[in-house]
Ligand binder design. Structure first.
Ligand code: PHE
Length: 339
């Protein structure tokens, strides 16, 4: 019939047109209901014929409405929104971030060594067994490898890939890359498979130092680190060296400074000893030089490595390592005034 054609050709352009369609065809007094009313009055013979046609028409009319009724809802909504929004109100302000305390301390340490002629070098955090262990004189199957709980990425006979456990791997990369003299510091993130607590984390940051040249001695090591401590913690801070062991240095030492918090009076930070350990160091083992293709008869050198977290804890009296990686704005904001 005429209406079937009208409905088939109908394309609405607005919500209003959809509504007009509904009012024309689908409401109680609309055309569809009207036709069904008329249908009651025809003879039963005609009913058989018309019934099917009429039902099909009803379905078509309803289907077209279902298809079109949501088409314009979005635009209808947004026009409502724009009426309610006051565009003259000021927008939300920008918040300027602050430097992370670890970045502040790393920068400070780097500046001190730069003045002594050290350059900054970096290496990959995903490291192979050679650079993290073997070249550094950790024999295979040696228990010293267990000193550092390693996150392995791929374990393969003689060719493990792991997250570096210390920045000493960058020493090897630097020495392999050329000929002495080398004078560099190497800041970076390192990883160890440890349970997370106030005093340990599965990742932290180190700064490695390396100085290789002809005639470098333990006296150079002591004087360099002594100067560093005076610059970082203030004139008059005491240092002491205790004999220690690292596979890649011989002799090896750990360096303590007089506790910056209690000034030797005794506190939690120094466990009431007046001293806190801040780094490991030593003369680079000749085996490491040879492994990195450096002439161990001609050159000597020293290396040291420290944890940036430990130093930051001392400088700012931070007692829980987890604060550094929690992104709590109340913690980070306290360093706002620093540059
Ligand atoms: N790599 C050692 C550590 O992570 C620190 C160190 C570096 C010691 C260089 C001596 C020389 O504990």
């Amino acid at each position: 019939n005429q209406y079937t054609e009208e409905i088939n050709n109908w394309t609405p352009h607005s919500q209003q047109e959809v509504e007009n369609y509904r009012l024309k065809f689908l409401v109680a007094k609309g055309i569809v209901k009207g036709l069904f009313e008329e249908f009651k009055n025809v003879s039963s013979e005609e009913k058989r014929l018309l019934g099917k046609v009429l039902n099909e028409f009803k379905q078509l009319a309803e289907a077209r409405y279902a298809e079109t009724k949501d088409l314009f809802e979005v635009s209808a909504d947004s026009s409502k929104d724009s009426k309610e929004q006051d565009l003259t109100l000021p927008g939300p302000g920008f918040e300027i971030g602050t430097r992370h305390p670890l970045s502040l301390v790393r920068k400070e340490i780097v500046e001190i060594f730069k003045k002594l002629g050290f350059i900054v070098a970096e290496g990959p955090e995903i490291e192979d067994d050679w650079h993290n262990f073997t070249a550094l004189n950790f024999p295979e199957e040696h228990p010293a490898r267990d000193m550092q709980d390693t996150f392995f990425i791929r374990k393969q006979e003689g060719n493990d890939i792991a997250l570096r456990t210390h920045t000493s791997s960058v020493q090897v990369r630097m020495m392999e890359s050329g000929t002495p003299p080398f004078r560099a510091i190497m800041p970076g993130r390192v990883y160890r498979n440890e349970a997370i607590s106030a005093r340990a984390h599965c990742f932290f940051h180190q700064i490695e130092g390396l100085y290789i040249d002809e005639g470098v001695s333990f006296a150079d090591l002591k004087q360099t680190l002594y100067h560093f401590v005076q610059e970082l913690f203030g004139e008059g801070t005491k240092v002491r060296f205790r004999p220690s062991y690292f596979p890649f240095t011989e002799p090896s030492a750990e360096m303590d400074i007089s506790c910056t918090i209690c000034k030797g009076a005794g506190c939690n930070m120094c466990k009431y000893t007046g001293w806190v350990e801040i780094l490991g160091c030593g003369m680079v083992d000749p085996n490491v030089l040879t492994n990195s293709k450096i002439d161990a008869k001609k050159y000597t050198g020293f290396a040291f490595g420290m944890g940036i977290e430990r130093i930051t804890n001392l400088k700012y009296e931070i007692k829980d390592l987890r604060l550094f990686s929690e992104n709590d704005i109340r913690f980070l904001r306290q360093f706002e005034t620093e540059t």
